[in-house]
Design a protein around this ligand. Structure first.
Ligand code: DON
Length: 584
């Protein structure tokens, strides 16, 4: 025993000595969890092979955008439940030269034959089966257009170069990890209903792949090759487009050749706001994520959170009350800005935040039922689905200071479950992110109304919140984001606050327990690790604290500290994630 203490003391002493000896210690000695470090570039994603692909692209002379595009295509092979060709997403890009931040909106669009009531049954109720699991649940995919837009406009390498690793992984196969094996096992019943999905993701006898076995995806490799050789036409026209439309005809789907031709990825100005010293740039509508994260940060900025202590009851109370108000507003004001005038400036105005803050009692919880706006006919407390959900976030950073924060998705885990036969990829079920009926909850318990009603060519409202934060000199200091449906916004905000308000290293900030509230249902979701004393105090304040949840989100983040050093933090809430520094 004595020896252990003696050696622990010696290690501590050594640590102190080395901290004194080096003016800039290599490790963040304040951190309890170990980030991955790099002095050049870094890729952090939910799946290790894809992170390596991105990192290799950096080593081959690519920039952060090349790495992001390569990682995105690789995840479409190695993380089929969320990585995709048949879905959509958002990318925030910081360009070191000319010191500018842009966003790429490659969210799915509703097909031209879509209409407001398409998911209502004869009684006028939402048919959730149709909205979430039928071929009609698929919007026109945007991922290929989005990744190619990024590559063509901001990459250094050729599309072929950045896509080759994904093609190789699909063609030659890769070793299935425990996470993929488990998820294919648990989703088996749903995925095997579709014969193409069954063929692509299960063995001939219907058995699922075990850890270490090789998954080969020949049809997917052909789709990838046609994109690599001719660009977006290789997906939105030609054979792949024919296969998508044939799939629609066979199963009663809506997407036509014209819809595919019409699909556009759009560059939009980021929404940026100031939280104390930190500038935060994030995704504007059709994501609700950026607007509401900034709105909540504006409310929170008015309190001395640091002195309350991280995850104290006082702190969580203020988080929850800010979340409650932001999500109430989300239900009324947010939708696709090309179709609905979203009041972004008003929602992110510091004066509006001050009004909301003044309505928050520092000692008592409010009740969601009393918080406006909310639609008058919302009809009871919606419940979030039990269906497992999946989106994925990744971050890339290069030696020149270019940064990418990207979140993309099929919506639910494995999307609609329906694959395009012959083309090797799954279709999204993103149409469920629209508000199918005013006040009726979607798959995440989120309600909405006219702003987010279905219209042809419109993009469903999202919560995805890819984010880049900057220090007072305008230098990027953090790239982050998360999956998790409605919880994405609150998870991303807590990661950011952990870093900029509570001075945590990015790995500690990732590991720290999270909470979530979304106005409806009126309940605090929390991860294990929030103390019982805190939970009890919150109950005494009047909060409903019943939803313990195994995990909230999965941030895959990169932090830049002094000089050029990068610290990557994969989120182990989802197995298989990895941070890979650029090899020299
Ligand atoms: O865009 C959205 O907000 C949702 N479709 C995201 C889905 C999601 O995060 C599922 N992941 N865990």
């Amino acid at each position: 025993m004595k020896n252990i203490f003696a050696s622990a003391a010696a290690i501590l002493a050594l640590g102190l000595i080395s901290a004194v000896a080096h003016a800039a210690p290599i490790l963040d000695l304040k951190a309890r969890f170990h980030p991955v470090m790099s002095e050049t570039g870094m890729v952090v994603s939910q799946e290790m092979i894809a992170s390596r692909v991105g990192s290799d692209i950096l080593a081959a002379g690519g920039n952060a955008i090349d790495a992001a595009v390569a990682t995105g295509f690789a995840l479409a092979v190695t993380l089929p439940r969320a990585g995709n060709l048949g879905g959509g997403g958002f990318m925030v890009v910081h360009l070191a030269e000319p010191n500018k931040t842009i966003t790429i909106d490659y969210r799915e669009m509703a097909p031209s034959d879509a209409h407001r009531d398409m998911f209502l049954d004869k009684e006028g109720d939402v048919d959730n089966q149709k909205a979430r699991f039928s071929i009609k649940s698929s919007g026109v995919p945007g991922t290929v257009a989005g990744l190619i837009h990024a590559q063509e406009n901001y990459g250094l390498l050729s599309l072929k170069q950045v896509m080759q690793p994904a093609i190789n992984l699909a063609q030659n196969g890769f070793a299935v990890n425990a996470d993929l094996s488990d998820s294919l096992q648990s989703i088996g019943l749903r995925l095997q209903k579709d014969s193409a999905s069954k063929g692509y993701f299960y063995k001939a006898d219907g058995e699922f792949y075990q850890r270490g076995e090789t998954l080969v995806q020949k049809d997917l490799s052909k789709s990838l090759m046609s994109i690599a050789s001719v660009g977006r036409e290789g997906f939105y026209q030609g054979k792949t487009a024919d296969l998508i439309v044939a799939q629609m005809k066979r199963s009663g789907g809506l997407i036509t050749h014209q819809d595919l031709l019409n699909y556009k990825a759009v560059e939009r100005e980021p929404v940026c706001g100031q939280y104390r010293e930190t500038k935060v740039c994030t995704m504007p509508p059709p994501s609700s994520g950026g607007v509401h994260m900034l709105q909540m940060l504006n409310i929170l900025e008015g309190w001395d959170l640091k002195s309350m202590g991280h995850n104290s009851a006082d702190y969580i109370h203020r988080l929850v009350e800010s979340m409650r108000r932001a999500y109430a507003d989300r239900s009324l004001y947010l939708g696709d800005p090309d179709f609905f005038p979203v009041p972004v400036a008003q929602l992110t105005d510091k004066k509006y935040a001050a009004v909301l803050r003044s309505q928050i009692d520092p000692d008592r919880s409010s009740r969601s039922a009393d918080i406006k706006p909310g639609l008058p006919d919302q009809g009871g407390t919606p419940k979030a689905t039990k269906e497992s959900t999946e989106t994925t976030h990744y971050s890339t950073w290069d030696q020149w200071g270019n940064v990418v924060s990207n979140t993309y998705t099929l919506n639910f885990s494995y999307g609609s479950g329906i694959s395009v036969a012959g083309a090797g990829f799954l279709l999204n079920n993103e149409m469920d992110d629209f508000s199918s009926k005013p006040g009726a909850p979607n798959g995440y318990g989120l309600v909405g109304g006219i702003a987010n009603a279905i219209e042809p060519g419109k993009r469903p409202l999202s919560s995805m919140t890819p984010t880049i934060a900057f220090n007072s000199e305008g230098k990027p200091i953090l790239a982050t984001g998360s999956p998790g449906g409605s919880t994405i916004i609150t998870v991303t905000m807590q990661l950011l606050l952990n870093v900029v308000e509570f001075d945590m290293g990015v790995a500690d900030a990732t590991a720290a327990p999270r909470i979530h509230h979304q106005w409806l249902p009126d309940n605090i979701y929390y991860e294990s690790g929030v103390s019982m004393d805190t939970l009890n105090r919150l109950r005494e304040m009047g909060h409903k604290v019943n939803n313990k949840t195994s995990r909230l989100g999965a941030t895959e983040s990169i932090q830049r500290k002094a000089g050029t050093r990068l610290f990557g933090a994969p989120d182990y809430r989802r197995e298989g994630s990895g941070a890979v520094p650029q090899a020299h």
